[in-house]
Design a protein around this ligand. Structure first.
Ligand code: ADP
Ligand code: ASP
Ligand code: MG
Length: 816
């Protein structure tokens, strides 16, 4: 025998009943099916009875809507003709219900019995509908109204079952209904007191019903079907990254439920535990899924879940003389118990200067009054100075059997909250170590939940990434990421999640991750670019770190890096604008990345993917003295002079390079030497110099007067200057030298960017193709300099260099 329970989320409409019917009839063996009200019906009934007791006419309209909803469901399921008997039965219920509501109207009050009678009707209608559906499909089904057998004592937060009486009544019911119907449909949620007064098991109580009937019918398993895959590490409505827990212990399930995980009623486990009946949580919308198994012990995973109880009040009783107050705690809890106030959490420092408790927000004012009364004397004698109640709080609990005896969990929990800027108002950890609870302010609750979840569940190398700029480099990077994201997650535990992509006009924001196989299409259909919205999306509380990759050459974006770093957003970029901006800005940038938690990585601003800046940094940090750096730092200019051999006009070589895509669209952007000068500035600053762009002795290759005008015009007029360059070339050749466009900087700060004639023995003379070459003359590397050489431009190598920076960032974060 298996007891299945379907919640309102599974029974939203006729289609829901059909789906549930398929599941039930598809399952083998004898079974009972506990049903709750159709989705939203219990809420509607609560509103109706409250309105009637408050003499609010609106209840009649709501009642009509509810009646219509059930009739429509019946007619959809059985057709207008077939629905008649069931509609008649439901109409009968509505007639009774109207009588009860009229009584509440007249009395201007609804007793607990009346309230429970009304709110329990939803389950009765569901049971009628579902039993009829099963019969219509040929099953020997019938339904049992739990009010006829289930006897409870409505004490405390959770009603207690009178097992002996309930068994007796069930026995009678079974005798009159032998053989036992199969499936046996049972109303969830509802019960009766020993005196025959209608009762319920509390909100979400059908889960408890399932477990009670599981015990009564000696079920082998209890299956609770809902609209999620199972018990998740946190409520998936608030934490998109919540993961499915495959198996948890009864203890863990109870704690999670107690602390607000709505997926289960807090008392569900009791009857199942006594008989060790496994409970499974399954998804009606994915019946093949594995779900969550709840049994004596769960998986060995240290932390299982996080949940919140919204709307609690933090009560603080404080006094320098508190320690001297006799039986202080005893009196406090007695007073609360007598007033029927439940305490959700208690925390007391060992100095006994204060005690802090957490109660439901609804009881906040009453709690204050009760305590003021209880400690009246002490308040006036000055032993107790404050009794403070803050009603706007949330309780956040972390649950897991495996936390016991394992150091470091609290550190990760609190660390994550701290990094998210969440202030913790109070803390409690039971000595069972199965639960750590904290109180935070209510407006912080979702942020706290997400931050704690990411800190505990996600690898510290989980990055929320936003890429700005989808030109050749940006798009190549996205393609490279697509190929490597999965292996990196599997092999290194590094979770690189591109969640946002933008151009200067459009952007696409994805909740979990952008589909990197189709980013071009989604971006094309994206929304208008809005940088602030983009940043806010990338910097989410759901992931431990945020990273912006700026693949543009935009000055405006570069100017914002300081602000991003200050906000804790890491920045990786090939954009040279920030590193070569005025020194004051550069200094602010370095400070922001040095003092804050965010890193700024820009290896590709010089020599693309070649390890130039890292090499320089390593030399300096290991104590070497750098005397001079010189090199060919532009792939374009490298190509031009490597291929210019005097046999052709220089202007022809330029035009051809442009055609091959080796130059910027306007070759003057390369020939001006400005790009090389920026790289020299970046190198100089890495050496510790305060070099500005204006300090560079820059002799570009654009002849005076040719700065303006169209590209074609420029190439045409460049011919007039071919003579001059050819002469230079011939002279150099005569000396056995080569022309190279070189950038250099020495330790005194002297920096040049210009065309130089170099001896054949010089490393730069042997350059080929578009290679870059940088040589470092240092104290250690003397007389032979350290040389880094290779392709220093092109989308593949540049994107690869950016990717390396991302991995370097991941390595920093893993160690953090
Ligand atoms: P039903 O109507 O089936 O009883 P509920 O709405 O009562 O369904 O409970 C299911 C909901 O519980 C889910 O949709 C989910 O949003 C919420 N929930 C809260 N915490 C958790 C959790 N830790 N795991 C799974 N679901 C959770
Ligand atoms: N229908 C009841 C409620 O909404 C019981 C349940 O769904 O478990 O609380
Ligand atoms: Mg529920």
């Amino acid at each position: 025998m298996i007891v299945h329970k379907f919640g309102g989320s599974s029974l939203a409409d006729a289609a829901g009943f059909e789906r549930v019917g398929d599941i039930v009839l598809g399952a083998g063996g004898p079974k009972a099916v506990v049903v709750s009200a159709m989705h939203g019906v219990t809420n509607a009934l609560v509103a109706i009875v409250e309105a009637a007791a408050a003499r609010d006419e609106a209840y009649r309209e709501r009642l009509r809507a509810l009646r219509l909803r059930h009739r429509e469901a019946a007619e959809t399921l059985f057709g207008p003709g077939g629905a008649a008997p069931i509609v008649r039965a439901i109409e009968g219920d509505f007639g009774d219900l109207e009588d009860v509501l009229r009584a509440a109207w007249i009395l201007r009050d609804a007793s607990p019995g009346t309230f429970d009678m009304v709110t329990g009707y939803g389950e009765i209608w569901s049971a009628r509908l579902f039993a009829a559906l099963l019969q219509a499909r040929g099953a020997a089904a019938d339904w049992l109204n739990a009010r006829d057998v289930l006897v409870v004592q409505p004490t405390g937060a959770v009603p207690e079952v009178d097992w002996a009486e309930t068994r007796r009544r069930l026995g009678i019911w079974e005798e009159t209904h032998a053989p036992r119907p199969d499936p046996l449909v049972i109303t969830g949620f509802v019960a009766e007191t020993a005196d025959g007064v209608p009762a319920t098991l509390g909100r979400n109580g059908s889960d408890y019903s399932a477990s009670i009937f599981g015990a009564l019918l000696e079920a082998e398993e209890i299956h609770i079907w809902s609209d999620v895959d199972g018990v998740m590490s946190a409520d998936p409505r608030f934490v998109p990254d919540a993961v499915l827990l495959d198996s948890i212990s009864y203890h863990e399930a109870s704690e999670l439920a107690y602390f607000g995980a709505k997926i289960l009623h807090p008392a569900t486990m009791g009857p199942a535990v006594e008989r060790s009946i496994p409970v499974r949580i399954r998804n009606t919308f994915d019946p093949e899924g594995p779900g969550t198994r709840i049994h004596v012990s769960g998986s060995r995973q240290m932390v299982k879940g996080l949940s919140t109880v919204e709307a609690v009040a933090l009560v603080n009783v404080e006094g320098t003389g508190l320690a001297a107050v006799p039986d202080m705690t005893d009196r406090l809890f007695t007073a609360l118990r007598e007033a029927g106030i439940i305490t959700l959490m208690v925390s007391q420092g060992s100095s006994q200067h204060s005690i802090c408790i957490v109660v439901p927000q609804a009881d906040a004012a009453r709690t204050k009054a009760v305590l003021e009364r209880c400690f009246y004397a002490e308040r006036h004698q000055g032993q107790i100075q404050t009794i403070e109640v803050d009603g706007n709080c949330t309780l956040l609990a972390l649950v897991g059997d495996g936390m016991a005896g394992l150091p470091g969990v609290a550190a990760r929990f609190f660390g994550a909250l701290g990094r998210a800027g969440v202030n913790i108002r109070a803390i409690a950890q039971g000595s069972s170590e199965r639960n750590i609870s904290v109180v935070v302010e209510r407006p912080d609750s979702v942020r706290a939940l997400r931050a704690a979840h990411s800190g505990l569940y996600l690898s510290p190398q989980s990055l929320s990434i936003g890429v700005i700029g989808t030109g050749t480099v940006g798009s190549t990077l996205l393609d490279q990421l697509q190929a490597r994201v999965d292996p990196l997650r599997e092999e290194l535990g590094m979770d690189l999640r591109v969640r946002a992509i933008a151009t200067s006009r459009k952007m696409h924001l994805a909740d979990r991750r952008v589909d990197l196989g189709a980013w071009r299409e989604t971006l094309a259909e994206g929304q208008d670019f809005d940088l602030d919205a983009f940043l806010a999306h990338v910097q989410t509380d759901s992931l431990p770190h945020a990273l912006i990759i700026d693949c543009t050459a935009s000055d405006d974006l570069a100017r914002r890096y300081v602000e991003w770093l200050d906000r804790g957003i890491h920045v990786v970029t090939p954009n040279k604008k920030a590193g070569s901006a005025d020194y004051a800005f550069y200094e602010a940038l370095r400070q922001a990345s040095r003092k804050g938690s965010a890193h700024f990585l820009y290896e590709t601003t010089v020599g693309a993917g070649l390890p130039i800046l890292q090499t320089l940094r390593d030399l300096i940090q290991t104590g070497d003295q750098v005397a001079r750096i010189e090199g060919v730092l532009s792939g374009t200019l490298s190509y031009l002079f490597n291929s210019f051999d005097g046999s052709r006009r220089f202007s022809e070589v330029v035009a051809e390079a442009r055609q091959k895509g080796f130059t910027e669209p306007d070759p003057r952007d390369d020939l001006s030497g400005l790009d090389v000068a920026r790289k020299v500035v970046i190198l100089a600053r890495e050496m510790g110099l305060r070099t500005e762009l204006a300090d560079i002795d820059l002799q570009g290759l654009i002849p005076p007067g040719l700065e303006e005008g169209s590209v074609d015009d420029f190439l045409e007029r460049l011919r007039d200057h071919d003579e001059a360059i050819a002469t230079l070339f011939e002279e150099a050749k005569g000396r056995g030298e080569h022309l190279r466009f070189v950038g250099s900087i020495d330790s005194s700060g002297k920096a040049t960017v210009r065309l130089e004639s170099l001896p054949g023995s010089h490393a730069l003379s042997r350059l080929r193709s578009t290679d870059n070459l940088v040589q470092f003359a240092t104290e250690r590397y003397t007389p032979n300099p350290l040389i880094v050489q290779g392709p220093g431009a092109g989308p593949e190598v540049t994107a690869g260099g950016i990717f390396s920076d991302i991995l370097r960032l991941g390595a920093y974060l893993a160690g953090a």
